[in-house]
Design a protein around this ligand. Structure first.
Ligand code: DAH
Length: 339
């Protein structure tokens, strides 16, 4: 038995010397020290020994076990270090390799121009206001001096939700909401989405965008409107840009006008972009009607104001020479990636 134990010690140590993986060490442990292992098999025969032999063999068996376990933990440590070393070698990062670039998104052309417009008006001291897209008839029409049965309602192809609730057809209701909350001086723009029951074609969409403007203070005149919008047109289209005001009618302004800019393509000579006119219409505006001011609790004898409404899609289409409005909503990357 002594010899058997010594030979187990010998063999186990030899085998452990030549291992190269943790799994092999485990196999050796099971082979010698496991429940059905060689050392265990010998210990099971201890009963056959005499009372004198038993403690001697028992002690030796314990020594052999401790010896093998010791060797196992030594080898395990060595293999683990080797594995780690190999892993570090394999996973070395080459910091000089060129990086993979993530594809960047693009700002939508509507956002590009809107951001420019906002910046221009911020420069003139305007703030941004907003209002809900689901609006009361009162704000969208009534308070803007467009009572029920007013012919102006027919031109707006309104989506009604109930008799008194609708999808706003213009950003002008923001004027009312601002004046209800704030006493003059007021200087705001209100950009946003508006809705009209229009069939889709190259120049129409049931959803589009407007930018409303409102200035109310003591002594505001049509000259302020002209100066403000001329500065805007020059900032957007260049210093040489001229504007012209044509008389028009809006129920909520008096007097009202439409404003054209000299064609930024031909400078006023006439070209296909301005259809030979030399001028391009970009917005409507006027002096806020005294009835509208009074309805919002602003005294028209003390204050006056001007308002304007810009169609964002038109600005964008002229700016980037886009011939079909539908491109702006279809989100085709081949289109969007050009901006
Ligand atoms: N809300 C008008 C429209 O949708 C545009 C407009 C015209 C707005 C004149 C104004 C304004 O504030 O003064 O056709």
């Amino acid at each position: 038995m002594k010899q058997q134990l010594e030979s187990i010690r010998q063999k186990a140590k030899e085998e452990l010397q030549s291992v190269s993986a943790l799994a092999e060490i485990d196999a050796i442990r099971i082979k010698y020290l496991g429940k059905k292992g060689e050392l265990t098999a010998i210990l099971k025969q201890m009963g056959k020994l005499s009372a004198e032999e038993r403690p001697i063999i028992g002690q030796l068996a314990n020594e052999v076990r401790a010896d093998i376990e010791n060797e196992i933990s030594k080898e395990t440590q060595i293999i683990k270090e080797k594995v780690l070393e190999q892993k570090l070698k394999d996973e070395k990062i080459d910091v000089t390799l060129p990086a993979k670039r993530n594809a960047m998104g693009h700002k939508h052309p509507l956002s590009i121009v809107l951001d420019e417009v906002k910046d221009i008006f911020f420069g003139m001291g305007f703030n941004v206001a907003s209002g809900p897209e689901v609006e009361w008839d009162y704000y969208n029409f009534e308070a803007l001096n467009i009572p029920k049965n007013h012919p102006a309602r027919d031109t707006q192809d309104t989506f009604y939700i109930t008799e008194n609730m609708l999808l706003r057809t213009q950003t002008s209701p923001c004027q009312i909401r601002v004046m209800e909350k704030q006493q003059p001086p007021i200087r705001v723009i209100a950009p946003g989405r508006v809705y009209r029951s229009d069939a889709v074609d190259a120049t129409h969409s049931p959803i589009f965008h407007q930018i409303e403007g409102l200035v109310v203070d003591k002594g505001i005149t049509m000259a302020d409107l002209k100066g403000c919008l001329e500065s805007f047109a020059k900032a957007l289209y260049g210093e040489d840009t001229k504007i012209r005001l044509r008389p028009h009618h809006f129920p909520f302004t008096e007097p009202s006008c439409e404003i054209d800019v000299s064609c930024f393509n031909c400078g006023g000579e006439g070209c296909p972009m301005c259809k030979g006119e030399g001028w391009i219409e970009i917005l409507g505006g006027g002096m806020v009607h005294p009835k509208v001011l009074r309805g919002c609790g602003v005294d028209p004898d003390e204050y006056s104001g001007f308002a304007f409404g810009i169609g964002l899609e038109r600005l964008v289409m002229f700016r980037f020479n886009i011939d079909d409005m539908r491109h702006l909503y279809e989100n085709d990357v081949r289109f969007l990636s050009q901006f």
